[in-house]
Write a protein that binds this ligand. Structure first.
Ligand code: FES
Ligand code: FE2
Length: 385
């Protein structure tokens, strides 16, 4: 799991101005609430008095109130009132981390990290969202009992469709691709690729009428940061489903996926249910496999698996993760596990670069500039491009 990226915290409709919303992301708890103007805020959930959970308290006068002794925290994370010290100065250490927030697509996202604004990776922009000729479904939340990297890697793997997805007609890959490789396109925060599928499988699909000829079935996948996956399924020149997984790693064994589907066909709202049913069937077909992968978390080293050219995008994803680890952004899960129950951690917020005196320890991170975690991929597995 990695700090310094945007993570989905909750649905916009779940986060209100009366009851705080509590969730777990990156193994730590967060509280979210809205101020009088409706703006959402995300804070570390742990009260710095004696460890109360702010998310179990209430919201009053633009503050979240700890349910244990009533300390009030403002939207910036600073304590505004300590009922047991009336009229006394509030100590400078009486503060929790407050994170940058963006609200898009019906989701409240928080930037979980301490990078200053100009250095932050941007939140992914879904071009189709709100465009004429495109319809976005309501966000669906998928709860997955697997580590988030396994889910992103599954999305970047074109060769499982033939075996895992009867709903899509078990499409096989065009022999062309098998010789030429994936043709990966890189950008600063991720990469993508497109492949052509054939239908050497059953050919029966839940959305068969969207296709014109078999040869027009082209699909692409890509990632942005460690936790955002795009899948672009072009059934024909005019019919497409473009789908996005915004993933919140809950902890090292669970992932909450905020699933956004956009489509430029079946535009009538009465078709929403059919699109939903097809998408959920496919997602479940994936989840059945992902839950059983061994080990649960991706091996540290690519020689602990036998990777083939169709895993080229998975390999590239791991290289990106390795780069972010070398910047010191990877959470040290072993240390976190060893100290579980003894130490309350927080993801450092940007404010920590400006002021000291924080009560909670920053989450332990793997050391920077020493790309020790993941080995470079075996040369023969490396993708051209
Ligand atoms: S633990 Fe939160 S006010 Fe005491
Ligand atoms: Fe799949």
């Amino acid at each position: 799991m990695y700090i310094n990226f945007w993570y989905p915290i909750g649905l916009s409709k779940e986060i209100g101005s009366e009851k705080p919303f509590r969730t777990t992301v990156l193994g730590l708890r967060f509280v979210a609430f809205r101020d009088d103007e409706g703006k959402a805020h995300v804070l570390s959930d742990t009260c710095v008095h004696r460890g109360g959970s702010l998310g179990k308290g209430w919201v009053k006068d633009n503050c979240v109130v700890c349910p244990y002794h009533g300390w009030r925290y403002g939207t910036d994370g600073k304590v505004r009132e300590i009922p047991s010290m009336p009229g006394k100065r509030i100590p400078g250490r009486a503060k929790v981390d407050s994170y940058p927030v963006e609200e898009r697509y019906g989701i409240v996202f928080a930037f979980l990290g301490d990078l200053p604004e100009e250095e932050r990776p941007p939140l992914y922009t879904v071009e189709e969202f709100g465009q004429d000729g495109w319809r976005a479904s309501e966000i669906v939340i998928l709860e997955l009992d697997a580590y988030f990297e396994r889910s992103i890697e599954n999305g970047l793997d074109p060769s499982h469709n033939e075996f895992v997805h009867p709903t899509q007609g078990n499409p096989g890959m065009e022999p062309d691709y098998l010789h030429k490789g994936l043709g990966i396109e890189n950008d600063t925060w991720g990469h993508k690729f497109f492949v052509q599928f054939d239908e050497k499988g059953t050919g029966k699909t839940d959305l068969a009428e969207l296709r014109s000829t078999k040869s027009e079935l082209r699909a692409g996948s890509g990632h942005h940061g460690p936790n955002i996956l795009g899948t672009w399924i072009n059934f024909s020149k005019t019919n497409a489903f473009h789908q996005y997984f915004f993933e919140a790693p809950v902890d090292e064994n669970h992932t909450r996926i905020f699933f956004l589907n956009t489509r430029n066909c079946m535009l009538d709202p009465s078709m929403d249910q059919r699109a939903y049913d097809a998408n959920i069937k496919v997602a479940n077909e994936d989840m059945v496999v992902l839950r059983e992968l061994n080990p649960v978390r991706t091996p540290e080293n690519n020689v602990k698996e036998i990777l083939t050219p169709s895993d080229g995008s998975v390999v590239r994803y791991r290289e990106f993760l390795g780069e972010w680890e070398s910047r010191g952004w990877r959470i040290d899960l072993k240390k976190m596990r060893e100290t579980a129950g003894d130490i309350a951690y927080a993801i450092p917020s940007p404010e920590r670069r400006k002021s000291g005196n924080w009560v909670l320890d920053p989450v332990p991170l793997m050391p920077a500039e020493q790309n020790a975690g993941r080995m470079a991929p075996q040369a023969e597995n490396r993708e051209a491009g």
